[in-house]
Design a protein. Sequence first.
Lengths: 496, 535
Amino acid sequence: MNEFSSQLPSILDQIIASIPVFKPELVIIVAFIGTILATLFFDTIWKHSSLAVAFLGIIASIMVTIPQIDNPTSGFFGMLIIDNFAVYARVIIQLALLVVLFLIQQYFKNKTFGKNLGDIYTILLAAGLGLNLLTVTTNWLLAFIAIETVSISSYILVGYFSETKRQAEAAMKYVLFGSVCAAIMLYGLSLLYGFTGNLDFASQAHIQGLISAPPVMISIALLFMFVGIGFKLGFVPFHMWTPDVYEGAPTPITSFLSTVPKIGAIVLLSRIFQAWVSTSFYFSELTLLFIVVVAIVTMLVGNLIALRQTDVKRMMAYSSIGHTGFLLMAVISTQTKDPQILLFYLAVYTLMNIAVFAFIQTLEEKIGSTTIADYAGLGKTYPILFTIFTFVGISLIGLPPTAGFIGKLLVFSATFDLYQTTQDIPFLLLLIVGALTSVISLFYYFRIPLYAFLRKGDETQNPPIPLTLTYGIGIIFGFLVLLFGIFPDLLLQVFN
Amino acid sequence: MGILSLLIFLPLVATVLILALPMTLRQSYKYIALAITLIQLILSGWLYANFDNTAAGINAIEGFQYVEQIPWIRLNLGSLGQLEIDYFLGVDGISLPLLVLSAFVMLMAIGASWNTEKSPKGYFSLIMLLNMAVMGIFCALDFFLFYIFYEVMLLPLYFLIGIWGGANREYAAIKFFIYTLFGSVFMLLVIVGLYFSVINPISGAHTFNMLYMMDPNNYVDGSFFAWFNNYNEILHIPARDIGFIVLFIAFAIKVPIVPFHTWLPDAHVEAPTPISIILAGILLKIGGYGIVRVCVSIFPDVVAHSNWWLGLIGVISILYGAFNALAQRDLKRMIAYSSVSHMGFVLLGIASLTVEGISGAMFQMISHGFLSAALFFLVGVLYDRVHDRNIYNFRGLATLMPKYTGFIAIAFFASLGLPGFSAFIGEAFVIIGTFNSESIGTGLPRWMAIAGSIGILLSAAYFLWTLQRMFFGQTRLKGGEQWAIALEGDVNCRERIILFPTLAIALILGVMPSLFFDKLNSSVLNLVSMVSQYL
């Protein structure tokens, strides 16, 4: 006790000194509380008050995040690591959250909805907090807390809206699967802690412990640990929940789930990868092998199953599984300290995905369906929407002149460079599978223009689409996809 | 802005204009498209007239004309080094004739789509987009730029076949897209590999510049596609061979050669007439152009020891295409297979690695561009009137449509290689080149030349047989009186305006092949000298 009290001042000093590092998250916490209060007291006066508070909170958080650029620090005894990677990742996450806020507001604008909409914004902020934490830590404990924060928020986001039996089933699946995965991951972490006596996965002691631990136990521990991250990322074989959940959840929630949590999880995975794979010991090779195999399988499975989907949201769920595989390839190939290729791909992926879901949502409001067959003949009625929709689809395939193509090219380049220096066949396989799956993905992304332009629909006249906010977001993002496709330096320069 | 940029991006202006004009002015769309393609033809004529025949092209920037080089993307990618992508255009003897051909065929296609009623806005804007991509492909000297135009070309074509095509159009459109994309994604991997293997000797950065890729000294020692001392291999095939094979397959799908040809008959049969014209007249040439510009020029060392296989594939395409053409009952399908056969000559000529052979191959591409466009147009004339193309449903058309019969007879005779027409020059030079190959020592056996001649014989068989079946004898039509009335008018004025110059060019080129051989010659000599050091 005496020992503790003598250290107390220095601990306090450290905590106080760390608070500026924690500012963006603190702002979100304040906004979180603010939104609860606004929901309770002010929404009856002005129904947009909770949205406004959440919006301002995220804006303020971005404002305090940006000055952290080029000023690498750490805080809370090394629990938080702020580097440029973390700053950019958080800015992307928060910007995406901002857009999702409006998508949600638009989605429920014309719906009679028994529950309190303000609560959604609150939960979304909580998820944002967890995601922010995921990107700034190399500590298992904090990473686990962050993952759980995101997961629990996501359960609520999905479950809160469940109106039909199907949606309730999706939410239930999500919760059960998630909880089991979390428990397994926690068990894996306890093993890792047992071997190393240290929770910071980038630290020397941790790596030393991993080197000396018995291979069998290490394999089990790593496998358990990847179950947790795998669930969050939705890579094969932990992808089972995604299609049901994506299809069952309201469209804006799906656009959130399919995009934003991936950014956080990928950043964390990338940090683990960078810390571990540089050694030549058993656990490094196991990690590398594991991620390479998972990347290949995920790309193949995601894209192949997407071929057979009839619901556009479900198709996008499998497409996002396929893209997760590609993101893993990006994680593998950007081993070095400059993550700009990974960040570029993440940013572009976010743009593309949100644009697609914005269009899906616009169409859902108009024709009340998310079945691809119901888009038949609509290309004539909504030429602009479907042209941009098709264009974003082209970007998701990875064809020029789109940002998706540049992203794919950069990832291929990095992977090829890796293959050229190491001459390892698995990297070549990654390249070939990556190329092959873009051909496969052509089939299902092109079902949208196929139905919209090539097929004839019933001749019922659909009213024209007013320029709603959702539609506008889709158009702007589609335009950005073109802009960054022709002038990728605009975006890449930012991450430099 | 240089003249090549103008040539490439004028159609984009047309696209924007057409999209911006309201539907009430729908009649103006075709006039906009016509005006722009006319300007393009004049521009390409200007390029042709001012072209310096002595410039050697191929691997040195000094040999290219109308060069435009602007830094486009410059990025520091950390460990991957500096990313260097240029907006780099230029024309040499290989690309100039194809540019002129493209401008002409595009004009023909606009003429052929004059009566398009189904959503003309989308139709003409897509054709103009396709036009832009095609021009870009023939001008681009930066591999990245080339690839972008190459892929952009696919999208308008998918919709043009898919929306305006025939009954089975969805299948044809996606099949065409998948085939080409399958080739091109793997091409992308090779491009990336070349990028990491080549450095710009001036700036020291990796580069996509095709001309730098053709100089062995620019390759990094120990890189994947390194020219010298390269021990990289995949499945025991040397890395440079792999690179060549992948690129070759990508372009071979476009040519198309057997066995990657199956998309072509489907695409042609389903596509509307103007798109068939563009497909046969321009897009097939992109395959041949890619093989010369990319495969042979960047991998001359590989071509030098693999040309026997290329020649074999060429011969198989010639014979297989011809036999298939003999068996067809659909006139358009027959002509599509004849394209496969005629494009086989291009590959055989390139494989001979002789000046005669490669010049012949280039000439064959030009000649086939004009003639196949004319043939598909002629099929369209018939189909427009009676909506049937089955050869056995027509008989004795000669008495009913004498002018049409005249045009089609000229086109058939020109295509089968009658001396005096352009196809004769192309095919003859290819066969001479192949025949000489053994004496020069480039490695093609003489029987390949003989097999090529048999291909010409077969083409005479299927063309003349078709002529006999459809046009001679007693007039008998499946549709009876109704068809006879529909066909009565013979070819109209618009169709004559399009057909006459096309067939006239085929004749002029047959009489004065120097019109294009002069332009080609120094580039081809340079190419052959590049390859011959590795023989």
